[in-house]
Each structure stands twice: as structure tokens, then as C-alpha cells.
Design a binder for this molecule. Structure first.
Ligand SMILES: NC(=O)c1ccc[n+]([C@@H]2O[C@H](COP(=O)([O-])OP(=O)(O)OC[C@H]3O[C@@H](n4cnc5c(N)ncnc54)[C@H](O)[C@@H]3O)[C@@H](O)[C@H]2O)c1
Length: 365
């Protein structure tokens, strides 16, 4: 019988890419998603187009424990991605943010723990658990903010950086992150936590609140301006989504050493970019001058964050493979196919999909 997987939030950006990879490998996929993120039904339609009813969807909420239990009962592996994903929304509605992210994760843990043979569990946490990282000494360089400490500058932030939950989103995801790790300790669950930074790529319906790389590109394709919060010199490591999916599967294939562990996962120092750099690349790809207005820094925004992913590399051999130039090109192709032709030159969907498949093969560990 083929391996079976549950992906909570599987209609979303990362979940749909993960589902596509697993289904292509002949595995079973059950998606639990309440379809609350605008446009994600298009991701389900995309999966259905390729895999028909093999892309199984249960429209349900992670706050519904009975529905979660019912789905968990059927699978070997659980990828828990469903979440309230925006810091801005968490500030406006902290109770709901807590309910979905913290309590929802506890539902998944309860459902997993109480199975006669508990499935393994992979949880998508965030670099926000490290807070603003205000204690780091940074210098403003032409490439954006960089740490003064040579080791940090060379390798990025490690998993033993102090936790400092900042913003309701940081708190609810951080709470979930710690529960998932603790369930490995107390109950022997085979659970893994990924603290992810900036993930980008096709199937992300980016908005000003979340998914800034796709948001910039979409605005440029629609010949609209963008707002940059802060000075735009913030630096991040960008990770293309096919590489992230490979990271999940690399950890799944080495559960003997990865269970109970936390990993920082991102593009690392080689895929480092500032917000202004991504803006410039977006301008070049779209040919639109993309007007920018600046606004105040957002709560908890890190001036510098780059993942030190060497722990995952050491345990599984995983490495990011897709460069920022290649990845932004693919994102541009996909978003161009969504924007009405009057506003841009449409790009055939098939071309971008075929190149994605090629990259998925290259990204495989
Ligand atoms: N994209 C990134 O850069 C990034 C970075 C760090 C962490 N993460 C984490 O990765 C996960 C996936 O993020 P994404 O970028 O694919 O976001 P996304 O918004 O595209 O996907 C999340 C999915 O969860 C669903 N969902 C939301 N609330 C739900 C609920 N109560 N019950 C069931 N389903 C619900 C949404 O409909 C959506 O399909 C999230 O947990 C997020 O916190 C993402």
C-alpha cells in the first residue's frame, strides 16, 4: 500500500506544492483545509486537474478536533501547515490567531498522540520565534543590514538562538513550536519542527500582509505601486518552495535522526537579498518601474534574518538548489499567467509547470 499523508493547510501555497510532489511520487494525500485564504481553491483545482480525486480534500477547520482526529486516523505522516499566517492579522485579532495556531496545533498533537500507531508529524514554525533580534550588532551596507559578527555573517542564525516571541503571531506559532517539540520529549512522538524564513514561488497568492515577494511581483504585473515598511534594507534568505518541499522529505526519510529536532530552514547566506534588491529584480523582470512609498517599521520586523541551515544539511544532506534568480523567474512566469493579458504579456502555464518539475527533480535530496 502506498504511503499516506495528511496535509493540514494543504490548499495553501506551501501545502499545494507539497501535495503536488507527494502525489507525483504516487503517494496518497489527504488535505484538511477550511479554504479561508483567498484564492486557494485555485490550488485545489490545479491539483485536481493533475491527479483527479487522488487529491482528496476535506473542507474542515483545525479548531474542529473531531474532524482532525478523523483525518489523522487515516495516515502515516502528518504535515501540519494550516495557520493564521499574518502578523498584521494577529495584531487585529489575537484571540482567533491563538485559537487557530496554538489550540489548532494542540488538536493535531492530541489526534496524533492518541493513535494506536502515531503517525510522524512535521510542523511549519517560523523565524519569528527569535523575535526582532535587536541584540545583534548590524551594519548598514549597500547590500542591506549585515551582522558585524563574522560567524553570523558567514552562516546565519542557528537553532540555539534565544527564543523571544514577538507579536501575537510569533507567540502563537512559538507556543505551537514548543508543544510539538515537547510532545516528542514527553510522549515519544516522531515530530520535527521547521523554523522557516522567507519562502517564495508559484502558487503563493501574496498580499501586503503575507507573502511579500509574490505581492511585489503581482503589484508590478498589474502596474500598481507597493508600500515598503521600514527602510527596505531588511535582509532575508529566500528559499524557493521546491527546495522547502525537498527539505521536508529529506527529514521524513531520516526520521531516525530528525525526530524530536528543530531545524532552521531557509535559503541561507547564498540566497540572501534585501527588500530593495527584490524590488529591483521585480522591476527588471516585469519592466514596470514599480513606484514605492515608505511607511513605518512593522511590529517585530527583523532588520536581518538569514537561516543557518547546516544542522539539516549535516543530518540529511539537504541543500537549497534553486537560486534567487531562477526562483524569481519562475514566480514571474506563473504570476504572469494569472494577470489579464491587457495588463501584461501572458506566459503559457505549461512552460512554467514543466520548468518547476525539472527544478523539483534537481531540488530532491
Ligand atoms: N510562506 C512563508 O514564507 C512562511 C514562513 C514561515 C512559516 N510559514 C508557515 O508555513 C505554513 C504554510 O504557510 P503558507 O505560506 O503556505 O500559507 P497559506 O496561507 O498559503 O496556507 C495556509 C493554509 O491554511 C488554511 N487555513 C487557515 N486557517 C485554517 C484553519 N483554521 N483550519 C484549516 N485550514 C486553515 C488556509 O486556507 C490556507 O490554505 C503556515 O503554518 C505558516 O505559518 C510560512
Amino acid at each position: 500500500m502506498s504511503t499516506s499523508n495528511l496535509i493540514t493547510g494543504g490548499a495553501g501555497f506551501i501545502g499545494a506544492n507539497l501535495a503536488q510532489r507527494l502525489l507525483s511520487q504516487g503517494e496518497r494525500v489527504l488535505i484538511l483545509d477550511n479554504l479561508s485564504r483567498p484564492n486557494v481553491e485555485q490550488n485545489v483545482a490545479w491539483l485536481r486537474q493533475q491527479f483527479g480525486e487522488h487529491a482528496e480534500l476535506r473542507v474542515a477547520d483545525v479548531r474542529d478536533l473531531a474532524a482532525v482526529r478523523d483525518c489523522v486516523r487515516q495516515v502515516d505522516h502528518v504535515f501540519h501547515l494550516a495557520a493564521q499566517v499574518a502578523v498584521t492579522t494577529s495584531l487585529a485579532a489575537p484571540l482567533e490567531d491563538f485559537d487557530v495556531n496554538a489550540r489548532g496545533t494542540l488538536h493535531v498533537l492530541e489526534a496524533v498522540r492518541t493513535q494506536p500507531k502515531p503517525p510522524s508529524l512535521f510542523f511549519t514554525s517560523t523565524n519569528k520565534v527569535y523575535g526582532e533580534l535587536a541584540r545583534l550588532s548590524l551594519s548598514a551596507t549597500p547590500r542591506g543590514y549585515l551582522p558585524m559578527a563574522a560567524d553570523l555573517s558567514e552562516h546565519g542564525v542557528r537553532e540555539d538562538a534565544p527564543l523571544d516571541f514577538h507579536s501575537p503571531y510569533g507567540c502563537s506559532k512559538g507556543c505551537a513550536d514548543q508543544y510539538v517539540l515537547d510532545h516528542a520529549r514527553c510522549f515519544g512522538l516522531r515530530s520535527v519542527v521547521f523554523r522557516m524564513s522567507c519562502i517564495y514561488g508559484p502558487r503563493q497568492f501574496g498580499t501586503e500582509d503575507q507573502g511579500w515577494v509574490a505581492h511585489f511581483m503581482l503589484q508590478a504585473l498589474q502596474q500598481q505601486p507597493v508600500t515598503v515598511y521600514g527602510d527596505g534594507q531588511q535582509t532575508r534568505d529566500l528559499l524557493f518552495v521546491a527546495d522547502l518541499v525537498s527539505a521536508f522529505l529529506a527529514a521524513r526519510s531520516r526520521l531516525d535522526v530528525c525526530a524530536g529536532q528543530v531545524f532552521n530552514v531557509g535559503g541561507g547566506p547564498r540566497n540572501f537579498s534585501s527588500v530593495l534588491d527584490v524590488l529591483e529584480r521585480t522591476r527588471r523582470l516585469t519592466g514596470w518601474h514599480l513606484p514605492v512609498q515608505f511607511a513605518d517599521w512593522r511590529t517585530g520586523d527583523q532588520r536581518y534574518y538569514v537561516s543557518d541551515h547546516r544542522k539539516l544539511t549535516r543530518l540529511t544532506g539537504w541543500q537549497p538548489r534553486v537560486t534567487v534568480t531562477e526562483g524569481l523567474g519562475l514566480l514571474h512566469e506563473w504570476l504572469s499567467s494569472l494577470v489579464p493579458p491587457s495588463q501584461t504579456q501572458p506566459v503559457a502555464q505549461g512552460r512554467s509547470e514543466a520548468r518547476m518539475e525539472g527544478l523539483a527533480q534537481r531540488a530532491a535530496p
